[in-house]
Write a protein that binds this ligand. Structure first.
Ligand code: PLP
Length: 399
């Protein structure tokens, strides 16, 4: 009999989205005449821009003739895509090398798979509430996690505590689920702390394209010293609506080197290359063509248009909450609006209240960690019409 990885027994039952679906289905079965509006989704809804579609088609056509056919691609991704990403960073005044860029099928895989590079015995710091992937992938590997509180007191932006030593630190900014985003000074404190602890920061910048405030960093490498202590994960899922198309990238600076117990200097870039070439054969040429279009002037303008649409939805939601004096976070540099449940309700209690009285579906904060117990997440990824209608219903509810 195989001995199983019993760390899986330590995973909490992931009941968040199935429980939401269960409660919504029960409600609609009992109230078929009521129109339910879903603002709980973490998925985009607008179609891909025409430039991305054109390039995806070009990619398909290239496979149809022997002269342009593509088989296995280059290990880290096609040059045309990696250099487009280097240029994109350059526009934000961050300089990286294309050999530091690894193309993948998304940030979820990479943030999960990166754990392969680290021993079981590490102090892992993860903020609570959090994107559950960071937690579950470490539990699967049998690691202990030290949670740090993100709460109202620290505006959901926890800062380093020098009394705790860490080896690996997860940061997601702008944050899912709270929408909070670190400024440069705050991120600099994390970089300083990581350098002091000889730790590594795993930085998830999946929502960087939602940053409108020019002073906020869109990459951790905008912070001095970060190349010596941080890996950055990004994705075209939210930037370009690639949640179904699948493409992301991870940046591992050559400066990231740590000394092994044998005394040998190990490069994380080289280790990740080895890990990826062993377990992953890359993203299809077709998708990489579509991804490169995202970084073209025309493609990016189309992506910005979709992002703007979601940002306007976010404004409708946050204005509606402001009007009701409901405390909220996010919504400006993020597609998420994270607010305190009115009347001191618990997040599941509020979920039911909102479903039954306004037929609006959101995500209970408790699903992201204990500090989400009294909070609720609405997303701007719905249609304009539904967003307006949902906020009108909420407006009536809290007269
Ligand atoms: C949506 C999201 C991603 C993107 O994941 P993909 O696998 O690239 O679709 C990454 N991190 C967070 C926190 C997210 O919410």
């Amino acid at each position: 009999m195989p001995k199983l990885n019993e760390n899986y027994l330590n995973l909490k039952e992931s009941y968040l989205f199935s429980e939401i679906a269960h409660r919504v289905n029960a409600y609609t079965a009992a109230n078929p005449e009521k129109k339910v509006i879903r603002l709980g989704i973490g998925d985009v809804t607008l179609p891909l821009g025409s430039e991305m579609i054109t390039q995806l088609h070009e990619g398909v056509d290239a496979l149809a003739s022997a002269e342009t056919f593509k088989g296995y691609g280059p290990e880290q991704g096609y040059d045309f895509l990696r250099s487009a990403i280097v240029d994109y960073y350059c526009q934000n005044n961050v300089s990286i090398e294309s050999s530091e860029v690894f193309i993948s099928d998304g940030a979820k895989s990479d943030t999960g798979n990166i754990t392969d590079l680290f021993d079981k015995d590490n102090v892992i710091l993860i903020p609570d509430p959090v994107y559950p992937v960071y937690v579950d992938t470490n539990i699967m590997n049998g690691r202990q996690i030290t949670f740090i509180d993100a709460n109202e007191d620290n505006h959901f932006l926890p800062m380093p505590n020098y009394n705790i030593h860490a080896d690996i630190i997860y940061i997601c900014s702008p944050n899912n689920p709270t929408g909070a985003a670190y400024n440069k000074e705050q991120l600099k404190e994390w970089v300083d702390y990581a350098l002091e602890n000889n730790a590594i920061i795993l930085y998830d910048s999946a929502y960087e394209c939602f940053i409108t405030d020019k002073n906020l960093p869109r990459s951790i490498y905008a912070i001095e010293g970060a190349k010596n202590c941080a890996i950055e994960f990004c994705s075209l899922s939210k930037t370009a609506g690639f949640t179904g198309t699948r493409c992301g990238y991870t940046i591992i600076p050559h400066d990231l080197k740590f000394i092994a117990s044998t005394g040998k200097n190990l490069s994380l870039n080289a280790m990740w290359n080895r890990r990826q070439t062993t377990k992953f054969n890359g993203v299809s040429y077709i998708v990489q063509r579509g991804a490169a279009a995202v970084f073209s002037a025309k493609g990016m303008a189309q992506c910005r248009q979709n992002i703007k649409y979601y940002q306007e939805n976010a404004k409708i939601i946050s204005d509606g909450l402001s009007k009701k004096n409901i405390t909220y976070f996010g919504g400006i540099n993020s597609p998420y609006i994270w607010f305190k449940c009115p009347n001191d309700m618990d997040s599941w209690e509020f979920f039911d209240y909102l479903l039954n009285n306004a037929q609006v579906v959101g995500t209970p904060g408790a699903g992201f960690g204990k500090n989400g117990q009294k909070f609720f997440r609405l997303t701007s990824f719905g249609s304009r019409e539904n967003t307006i209608e949902a906020m009108a219903r909420i407006d009536k509810l809290f007269a």
